[in-house]
Write a new protein. Sequence first.
Length: 124
Amino acid sequence: MTLKHRIYEDQKIILTTWSGAISDTDLIRFYMGIYNNSHWQPGFNEVTDLRDAELNHISDNALRHLSELATGCLKGEGIKLALIAPSELSSDIARLYQAFTHIPNELTKVFHHLDEALEWLALP
């Protein structure tokens, strides 16, 4: 399991990369670490790359918990979340997250390619 992130402060974007088998605990700890990072701020857009992730171990409860965590940390900022999900399972997980998330002003969209996601975020 590998969960990595990189924060691009000038562009106000976070790039997260998931690979291997992801557990519920790993997922929640990972995002708690991001939201507690001094370089992160509410209002940053996010690109989440699920292309190499094994997501069949992530439960609906973990997605609900992540949704609650994100809702509390993002504080209603207008953000975009681009999910790169080329497989059917990763697309299903992304859609489940969308269903559980109740973040005002958040737009979430699933893409199959990084360039499409960056275009949607209006990044070069």
